[in-house]
Each structure stands twice: as structure tokens, then as C-alpha cells.
Design a protein around this ligand. Structure first.
Ligand code: UDP
Ligand code: MG
Length: 316
């Protein structure tokens, strides 16, 4: 089945005035190249999403749009963070495009991978993940924290693609389905794999930022990690239940131990009852909190009203 090939690039921008001139130039070249080769439609566009920047970013986007209609702009009412800016861009782009690629404004992600993204789309993929093959230019700290981030998320029960950030292609089909995920705390990297469909991976090398500095300091990364874990899984609540059970079992062992000590006469009066109750009550409390948490977790997942399944194809 032949699918349309109108491509939209979605680029969230937060205070990116230093990189925009270079980024827009390179992306425009790339798009013209692809158009000349007939790989994408002539009406393909580059959509910059201004995430409430405090600098000249929006003015620059407006100017770019006037100079060349390949550049489109979307302005959020205020800074809502990378994930929300990206989502706003994706949901806007899907109204016009057949496939959408999201990428950062600093072009750390190799734009030559776009050719492969498009090829895989034509080979039938609905989602193509860009995966970093190496992090040569990242500092040790960034590499360590970023890779720790993926491991922690996986450990906590969030299924995400290792070393894949938000550089990916999604077809209109996949985006339409993603719109069904009504949750407010949207963690895209966790939701996209939930969609299923035919997917593939493109490896690329991550470069250094073109200019300016990272808008993802440790604080924002931590917030993203916590959001990722808590919006995808209730595993942390399960861990409280387990801990409570463990302590409760310990308290029974302690009961036996203290009774033995008590009858051997090795204890002062009151110690036995005190120590047993401390352990038992502590364990029971944690267990109880965990059980309540389980229910809150269920309510929490219910309120998200996620679709339970997505039908990919129907044979009739
Ligand atoms: N960004 C955004 N809103 C924010 C923070 C970042 O739209 O509140 C954008 C930013 O402009 C960039 C992308 O998210 O296009 C990734 O940010 P950055 O390159 O600073 O992150 P890093 O690569 O250092 O992890
Ligand atoms: Mg970056």
C-alpha cells in the first residue's frame, strides 16, 4: 500500500536564538535535498514550536516564516516544558502531514538519519526510533546521568527504548492513536512504545550542541525521570507493600527471638513487648499504606482512561 509522503519536522524551541539561524539553514537544505530526490512531498514543512521563550526565538521564527513558507511556527502561551511543546507540535503537524519527525533545535541528533527514517516509513513502519550509538561528545556526567536515567526507568517498570530520546518518526496513523492517550502527565518516550505497530530503529551518533547551553539541567532531568516513573508505573507503590511485608515477617522473627530472651531472663522488664510492637506496628503500617496505595494506583490509572488496545488492521 502506497502511503502519502508529506513530511513535517517538529522542533521544540526554548530560548534557542543562538542556534536557530544555523538550525533552520541546515534543516531547510536537508528538506530541499529530500524533495529533489522525490523522497518527500513538495509541501513538506518544518514546524518550530516556541515553548514560551524569553529571548528572540519567536521573532526569529516569524521572520523565517516570512522569508520562506517551508518554515511554520507554533507559539505556546507560556513555557510548558519540552514534552508538552513536543506534543503540541506533533498534534498540530498530524493534521497536515503523513509522517512527522521530532528533533531538538540544537541539532545534536544527526539530521542525516532523516533519510533512513523516511526509508523505513516507506518500508511500512509506523514508528521509527532514533537510537544513539555513541555519546562520544557528551561529558562523563551527562552520559552517566542520562544512561542511569534509562536504567532506572526500566527497573521501575517503565518500558522505554534504551538510549532513544525524542528523535523519532511517527506516521499520522500512530499519532492519531496516540491522541487517545488522554493523560495529563504525558511522558512520550513511555507512551510511544505502548502503541505497538511495526517499528524499527535507526542508529546515529550524537553531536555536540551547535551553540547555546543545555536546557535540560540535572534538575529538569530528575523531574523528567520522576514523571516518567510515576506516570507509567505503580511499581514504587508495590515496593512499599513488599517492604511492609518484609518488616512484618521480621517482626515475627523478632517476636520469637525476644520471647526466647524473655524466658531466659536476659531482658529488662518491658523490653520484649516494646521491641515486638515497634517492629510489628512499623511493618503493619507500611503494609497498610501500600494497600491503600494499590487502590490509589488503580484510581490513578483509571483516571488516565488509556485505550486498552489499538486495532492495527482489520481483515474483512
Ligand atoms: N526545550 C523546550 N522546553 C523546555 C526545555 C527544552 O522546548 O522547557 C527544548 C529545547 O529547545 C531543545 C530540546 O527541548 O530543542 C532539548 O533541549 P536540550 O538540547 O537543552 O537538552 P539536552 O540535549 O541537553 O538534553
Ligand atoms: Mg540538546
Amino acid at each position: 500500500m502506497e502511503r502519502g509522503n508529506c513530511l513535517y519536522l517538529v522542533v521544540p524551541c526554548y530560548n534557542e536564538q543562538e542556534v536557530l539561524p544555523e538550525t533552520s539553514k541546515r534543516l531547510c537544505e536537508k528538506m530541499n535535498n529530500l524533495m529533489a530526490q522525490g523522497k518527500i512531498a513538495k509541501n513538506s514543512k518544518i514546524l518550530f514550536v516556541n515553548d514560551g521563550s524569553k529571548d528572540k526565538t519567536w521573532e526569529m521564527i516569524e521572520r523565517l516564516h516570512e522569508e520562506n513558507p517551508i518554515f511554520q511556527g507554533l507559539k505556546l502561551s507560556r513555557n510548558r516544558g519540552h514534552q508538552n511543546a513536543l506534543l503540541g507540535g506533533l498534534m498540530t503537524a498530524k493534521n497536515y502531514a503523513d509522517m512527522v519527525i521530532s528533533l531538538d533545535a540544537d541539532l545534536q541528533d544527526d539530521i542525516d538519519a532523516i533519510d533512513q527514517f523516511v526509508e523505513k516509513y516507506h518500508a511500512g513502519c509506523e514508528i521509527v526510533y532514533g537510537v544513539r550509538s555513541a555519546r562520544k561528545t557528551d561529558t562523563f556526567f551527562k552520559k552517566f546521568t542520562a544512561e542511569g536515567f534509562y536504567k532506572l526507568l526500566n527497573l521501575m517498570g517503565a518500558e522505554i527504548v534504551f538510549n532513544h530520546a525524542d528523535y523519532r518518526l511517527m506516521s499520522r496513523r500512530a499519532l492519531d492513536e496516540m491522541e487517545q492517550y488522554k493523560e495529563v502527565n504525558l511522558f512520550l518516550r513511555g507512551i510511544v512504545p505502548m502503541l505497538g505497530f511495526q517499528t524499527d530503529v535507526v542508529l546515529y551518533e550524537r553531536h555536540e550542541r551547535l551553540a547555546g547551553e543545555s536546557k535540560y539541567p540535572l534538575k529538569k532531568m530528575l523531574a523528567l525521570a520522576i514523571d516518567g516513573i510515576t506516570s507509567l508505573s505503580i511499581k514504587p507503590i508495590r515496593m512499599i507493600v513488599l517492604l511492609g511485608m518484609l518488616i512484618f515477617v521480621c517482626s515475627i522473627a523478632m517476636l520469637a527471638y525476644s520471647l526466647v530472651q524473655h524466658f531466659l531472663g536476659n531482658t529488662s522488664i518491658g523490653w520484649t513487648s516494646l521491641i515486638v510492637s515497634i517492629w510489628a506496628i512499623g511493618g503493619l503500617q507500611l503494609l497498610a499504606i501500600g494497600v491503600i496505595g494499590e487502590y490509589i494506583g488503580k484510581i490513578y490509572l483509571e483516571t488516565k482512561a488509556r485505550p486498552k488496545y489499538i486495532i492495527e488492521k482489520e481483515l474483512r
